[in-house]
Design a protein around this ligand. Structure first.
Ligand SMILES: C[S@@+](CC[C@H](N)C(=O)[O-])C[C@H]1O[C@@H](n2cnc3c(N)ncnc32)[C@H](O)[C@@H]1O
Length: 210
């Protein structure tokens, strides 16, 4: 029987790909993923479908269609499929598929490791694709650091927090392009971060107040 695999590929560098991800991706008929995800499997000889922000829904449906047609399909998900990844949209589309999730190292985990933060003691949140929601304000003062995937622009998130009364001197770290050769970790105050420029591949840590 054909199967749909949701494969976590880690934050981007092949150093953080698991053997389970490599073996699964090598065993299917069709690989679906962003170009940067597909680039991690240069030897793959089956069919590939490129996932873009604008064709997500179409590609999810196409993947399910191909499984129904008898193909084994793997959708490559950055980080872990279960955190702001492809697991949720797939479960919303169909709950009767033969589905297997191969976990990956989340960008949140790598950010916590880089900053030596025990991540069982943090607020974990994603604003990805949701806009700068006031939900984040509910967590900000509960005595724990908040690790958040921003909605596209870090500086917009920082400006939103300032506009909503968060202290301009609050300590923030931005982990940009984790695992890539040009990885950058920037520490600053909320006000400083709001005035900087970052790419969209960032994890933001807002430290607790003491
Ligand atoms: C759709 S979410 C996927 C999150 C993913 N499932 C995970 O567990 O890391 C994409 C967001 O994850 C974050 N992200 C993914 N890879 C990253 C990396 N290498 N460095 C920093 N942030 C990353 C960015 O905030 C990016 O906009």
């Amino acid at each position: 029987m054909s199967k749909l695999y949701l494969v976590g590929i880690g934050p981007g560098s092949s150093d953080y790909l698991t053997a389970a991800a490599i073996n699964t991706a090598g065993s299917v008929d069709v690989l679906v993923g962003s170009q940067r995800a597909l680039d991690l499997f240069p030897g793959f000889e089956g069919q590939t479908l490129i996932l873009r922000a604008r064709n997500m829904d179409e590609m999810m449906k196409k993947s399910i269609y191909l499984v129904d047609e008898g193909k084994n399909v793997a959708i490559l998900s950055t980080g872990d499929p279960g955190f702001s990844g492809v697991l949720n949209p797939i479960l919303k589309l169909r709950d009767d598929l033969d589905l297997e999730v191969i976990p990956g190292i989340s960008s949140l985990q790598l950010a916590a490791a880089r900053l030596q933060i025990p991540w069982d003691q943090v607020n974990l949140l994603t604003l990805h694709g949701k806009g700068n929601s006031k939900i984040i304000l509910d967590f900000m003062d509960n005595g724990k650091p908040t690790i958040v995937l921003p909605d596209f622009k870090v500086e917009k998130l920082a400006q939103f927090l300032l506009e909503n009364g968060v202290d301009q001197d609050r300590k923030v770290a931005v982990c940009e392009r984790l695992s890539y050769p040009d990885e950058r970790i920037v520490n600053g105050t909320l006000k400083e971060i709001a005035a900087m420029d970052f790419t969209y591949l960032c994890v933001v840590i807002i430290y607790e107040t003491f």
